[in-house]
Design a protein around this ligand. Structure first.
Ligand code: NAP
Length: 293
C-alpha cells in the first residue's frame, strides 16, 4: 500500500466532479459559477498562484476574472475595487491574493469582502461560523487537508494531532476543524508556534503532524514516532541553479527520511498545494449554489 497521500490525484477527482456539475448547468442553459481574483503588485510567487487558480477555473468551465492592481494603490482604491466585486451580481465569489503590500492593512481589506462571496473564508464572520461548526466557507488549505482525510477514509477520532504554525489561514483553522465534533474531526489537537517549549516532546507524541511553517526540511524523522501521519503544508522557493527556473519548491518536511517512518505522508509538490486550488473552486460552487437556491 502506498504511503503517499496524493493531493494531485484527489484534486483532479474534485475538479472532474465540479466540471460535471458545470456541464449540467451549461446543458440546462444556466449561468456558470464566476470566480474573481484581485492581485496587488508583481510578486512572482503570488502571480503564479493566482494564475493557476484562473487557469483551473477555465479548465472546469467557470468564468474567471483577474484584476491586477498597481503595487502602490491606496487602501481606499483597493476597497473601491472590492466593493465593485461585492456589488457585481455576475461574480459568485472572489479572493484577494495575499500577502498585500505593507502600506495596506490586510485585516481591514479582508473585512470589506461580502461574507457571501468570501470563498477564501477569511472574513471574521465566516471564520467564526467555522469555529462553531456552522455551514460556511472553510479556508481552502485546511479544507483541502480535511478532504484528504475524508477521501482516504483516515479517521482522526481520538488521535493526537500536533499542528506546527498558528497562522490564520492554515494553523489556527486546521486545529479548530480537527478538534470539532464530526468525521473527520474528534481529534485532540496541540497548536504550536515559535514560542512553544520542547517542541520535539510534543511531535514525538503525535499520531498526526500538520506542518505549516515555511521552514524547508524542518521536520526530521527523529522528531516523529513510528507510523505518524505527516501533512506538509510548507511551500518555500529554494534557489537551485540546476533547475530550469533557478529554484525548487521545498516543503517543511525532510521527505526522504520521514517517509520511511511515517504511515502516510503528503509530498511537496503534489500534496496540499493542488488541494487548495480544488477547494477554492469547490467553495465557489458553494457560493453559486447558495445564491441561486
Ligand atoms: P506564516 O504566517 O508564515 O507563519 C508561520 C508560523 O510558523 C507562525 O505561526 C510561527 O510562529 C511558526 N513558527 C516559526 N518557526 C517555528 C518553530 N521553530 N517552531 C514552531 N513554530 C514556528 O504561516 P502560513 O501562512 O500558514 O504559511 C506557512 C507555510 O505554508 C508557508 O511555506 C506557506 O507558503 C505555506 N502555505 C501553503 C499553502 C498551500 O496551499 N500548500 C497555503 C498556505 C500557506 P509565530 O506565530 O510564533 O511567529
Amino acid at each position: 500500500m502506498s504511503k503517499i497521500l496524493d493531493g494531485k490525484l484527489l484534486s483532479k477527482q474534485i475538479k472532474d466532479e465540479l466540471k460535471f456539475q458545470v456541464d449540467i448547468l451549461i446543458k440546462s442553459g444556466k449561468k456558470v459559477p464566476h470566480l474573481a481574483a484581485i492581485i496587488v503588485g508583481n510578486d512572482g510567487a503570488s502571480l503564479t498562484y493566482v494564475s493557476s487558480k484562473v487557469k483551473s477555473c477555465k479548465k472546469i468551465g467557470y468564468n474567471s476574472s483577474l484584476i491586477k492592481l498597481d503595487e502602490k494603490i491606496s487602501e481606499q482604491k483597493l476597497i473601491n475595487e472590492i466593493n465593485k466585486l461585492n456589488q457585481n451580481s455576475d461574480v459568485d465569489g472572489f479572493i484577494v491574493q495575499l500577502p498585500l503590500p505593507k502600506h495596506i492593512n490586510e485585516e481591514k481589506i479582508l473585512n470589506q469582502i461580502k461574507p457571501s462571496k468570501d470563498v477564501d473564508g477569511f472574513h471574521p464572520s465566516n471564520f467564526g461560523k467555522m469555529a462553531l461548526g456552522l455551514e460556511t466557507f472553510i479556508p481552502a488549505t485546511p479544507y483541502g487537508i480535511m478532504e484528504i482525510f475524508s477521501r482516504y477514509k483516515i479517521s482522526l477520532e481520538g488521535k493526537i494531532v500536533v499542528v506546527l504554525g498558528r497562522s490564520n489561514i492554515v494553523g489556527k483553522p486546521i486545529s479548530i476543524l480537527m478538534s470539532n465534533k464530526g468525521n473527520p474531526g474528534n481529534a485532540t489537537v496541540i497548536l504550536t508556534h515559535s514560542k512553544t517549549n520542547n517542541l520535539v516532546n510534543l511531535t514525538k507524541q503525535a499520531d498526526v503532524i500538520i506542518s505549516a511553517l515555511g521552514i524547508p526540511n524542518f521536520l526530521k524523522s527523529e522528531m516523529i514516532k513510528k507510523n505518524c501521519i505527516v501533512i506538509d503544508v510548507g511551500i518555500t522557493r529554494v534557489k537551485n541553479p540546476l533547475k530550469p527556473k533557478g529554484y525548487e519548491i521545498v516543503g517543511d518536511v525532510d521527505f526522504d527520511n520521514v517517509i520511511k517512518k511515517s504511515s502516510y505522508i503528503t509530498p511537496v509538490p503534489g500534496g496540499v498545494g493542488p488541494m487548495t486550488i480544488a477547494m477554492l473552486l469547490k467553495n465557489t460552487m458553494h457560493a453559486y449554489i447558495r445564491k441561486t437556491s
